[in-house]
Design a binder for this molecule. Structure first.
Ligand code: ADP
Length: 634
């Protein structure tokens, strides 16, 4: 039997467990049910609370409209009970001489006869007075919350056990001290206030409260002006004056001003800042300062209402009058009137700050900054590149000048025989003439006239020899590439003068035909002469090789539109079609002793002058080389 468990042995335990479970379930139901019953709305949830809200001036009258809106919204949000809110407005408070209220009272009486509201909320002093005056007739035992009433306007004498008062305390001294703190130079305050009985009450109150500031501030009252006149004056206020927006329900002309349209039109024309003590007027028109906040009054009103709904006695609910909230300022107005934030009292809140351009367009600004950076990088890269290119250009010109110089040396080398011949001729003549003159002078009577002729010949030959040397010098001069305004016909003539003797020596006719107009180009004369020289030397080589009957090189210039043209044409064999593409390549040559640099150098020089060089064959045979250079004047 050891270790065996039978049903019979455990039955008493099973019964006990089942009983325990049942007890727990039952207890849970009972407790849960009680908890639900204890919830305030649980029983009454089916029964809506009827709330009557009574307005003083009208549903859209600031600042009361703002309080009423906030109170209604919060009540709907916080009430555990469904609500049936009915709203009525007195309107009579607007009028200086209100008509009989009886018909309105009758109307309300018929509405609420037999079904009293669970709560009456009056907004503003006139509505509170109305409730106190007619409560016995309209809703004798209904609890009442009289809210948004200035402490001085509460009729304490007629308060009952059914009343809760949520009052505020206007502290005009604090409001005006705020003005002096922000703008210490202020001398005058123009008080914008209407002409309704309530507003008239406040004129006296404000004047009394501001007595301590009497010697610092002068007051101007606009209560006896139409609003149009107020606007006129506000536009032309003298310096050191500010406007204080008290209240504008009904102006002296009897015009009613709802909402904040009046304040906004004042703001639009005023040449001085506007201050106010109501948060309802803050945000767009007034500078700010210590003000009544709708939030605090709303919080207390809702607190009272819910406590009354829960069954608390209204007489047991009491609040201290609500003062101004912590000061708030409109950043836009501070900017507009150049009020430094350092003047604001500690703990102030500055609202409506306009976000800086960085805050508003953060990613756009970042993008622009990035683009600018990239562009700056590109630009500096390009500048660097340009500098490098300039340096390279200068270097290549230098090389070109050196190469051209070498090329000229080799050309002159080729011409040595002819040059020697050309120098020999005048030198020989000079020698002969000198010997003749000496012989004549040994004679008994030398012929003076003849001697003069001989001397003139010597001088001519000497000049001829010097000219040859001058030309040689100028072509062999090692000069940097420098361009000036040159006349192309002369430059070409100079080059031809240099090779004329060589051509003559080789039995080739060198004919030069310059155009009859001046051809001004920007160029380096030595370099351009070298080009012409190279072309003529090539032409001479071609003719020498060809063995043709007509041995002639024609050089002529011509003006072609905005360009000057130099043509060098020979009567040689012309250019082989297969060579045309490579003629100007460096080291391209068909000659045994050739270097193949003449045309390459010519092309580089011409292109450095923004010109072109081309080669074709003449229809009648022979090659034609054409240089084109841009004219300076045409
Ligand atoms: P090189 O004279 O040392 O050969 P160039 O660059 O001056 O170098 O000329 C290149 C080649 O172009 C020459 O070898 C020749 O074949 C051809 N050439 C140049 N001028 C003429 C011309 N007037 N007639 C025919 N061929 C020419």
């Amino acid at each position: 039997m050891s270790g065996r468990v039978t049903i019979a042995s455990v039955r008493p335990w099973l019964n006990a467990a089942a009983l325990l479970c049942f007890s727990i379930v039952l207890a849970t139901f009972v407790l849960f049910g009680q908890a639900r019953a204890a919830e305030p709305g649980a029983v009454a949830r089916t029964e809506a609370k009827r709330v009557l809200i009574l307005y003083s001036f009208g549903r859209e009258f600031r600042p009361w409209s703002e309080y009423a809106r906030s109170i209604k919204a919060e009540l709907e949000r916080q009430s555990p009970w469904p609500l049936d809110i009915q709203q009525h407005t007195l309107l009579t408070a607007r009028f200086n001489n209100p008509g009989p209220e009886a018909p309105f009272v009758e109307y309300l009486a018929s509405l609420y006869q037999g079904s009293l509201p669970d709560l009456v909320i009056s907004i503003g002093a006139p509505a509170a007075r109305f409730v106190q005056r007619y409560r016995s007739k309209l809703f004798p035992d209904a609890p009442t919350v009289m809210t948004v009433v200035e402490e001085r306007l509460v009729n304490r004498h007629d308060l009952t056990d059914n009343d809760v008062v949520v009052s505020v305390r206007n502290d005009f001294l604090a409001a005006f001290q705020n003005i002096l703190r922000l703008m210490p130079d202020t001398k005058t305050v123009a008080m914008v206030i209407g002409a309704s009985p309530l507003e008239k009450f406040w004129i006296d109150e404000v004047a009394r409260e501001l007595k301590p500031l009497g010697d610092r501030l002068a007051m101007i009252w606009y209560s006896d002006l139409s609003f149009d006149e107020i606007l006129n004056r506000a536009a032309k206020l003298p310096p050191h004056t500010v406007l204080f927006w008290g209240m504008m329900s009904v102006d002296a002309a009897g015009i009613v001003h709802e909402g904040d349209i009046a304040l906004r039109s004042l703001h639009a024309v005023a040449n001085a800042p506007i201050f106010s003590y109501q948060e309802a007027f803050f945000g767009g028109s007034s500078v700010g300062g210590p003000m009544h906040s709708t939030a605090e009054t709303t919080r207390k009103t809702i607190d009272a209402a819910i406590r009354i709904f829960r069954g608390e006695k209204p007489s047991s609910i009491q609040y201290q009058p609500i003062g101004f909230a912590a000061p708030k300022y409109d950043w836009r107005e501070l900017q507009r009137w150049r009020i430094s934030e350092s003047r604001l009292p500690p703990g102030s809140e500055v609202l409506f700050r306009e976000p800086s351009i960085w805050q508003s367009y953060r990613w756009q600004m970042l993008l622009i900054a990035a683009i600018i950076l990239v562009q700056a990088g590109l630009i500096s890269g390009l500048l660097q590149e340009r500098r490098r290119r300039r340096l390279a250009e200068v270097e290549s010109r230098q090389r070109l000048a050196e190469l051209a110089h070498v090329n000229r040396y080799s050309a002159v080398g080729e011409m040595t025989t002819s040059i020697a011949h050309e120098l020999n001729q005048p030198l020989g003549s000079i020698l002969t003439n000198t010997e003749t003159a000496e012989l004549m002078l040994k004679g008994a009577s030398p012929d003076i006239e003849e001697l003069q002729h001989i001397l003139a010949d010597i001088r001519r030959d000497d000049l001829r020899a010097s000219e040859v040397i001058r030309r040689l010098r100028s072509v062999l001069k090692k000069t940097p590439f420098e361009t000036t305004d040159i006349e192309l016909n002369d430059t070409v003539r100079e080059a031809i003068g240099l090779v004329a003797a060589v051509a003559e020596g080789r039995g080739i006719a060198l004919v030069y035909t310059p155009v009859l107009v001046d051809l001004h180009v920007k160029g380096d004369p030595v370099q351009l002469q070298q080009v012409v020289l190279n072309l003529i030397m090539n032409a001479m080589d071609a003719i020498s090789d060809a063995n043709t009957a007509k041995r002639e090189i024609s050089v002529w210039t011509v003006r072609a539109g905005r360009e000057a043209e130099v043509n060098v044409v020979d009567t040689g064999p012309g250019l082989a079609a297969s060579d045309l593409a490579n003629l100007f390549d460096p080291f391209f040559t068909t000659k045994q002793q050739g270097m193949g640099m003449g045309l390459a150098i010519a092309k580089t020089i011409v292109e450095a002058h923004q010109g072109t060089i081309s080669a074709t064959n003449q229809p009648a045979g022979g090659a034609r080389f054409t240089i084109r250079l841009p004219l300076l004047r045409w």
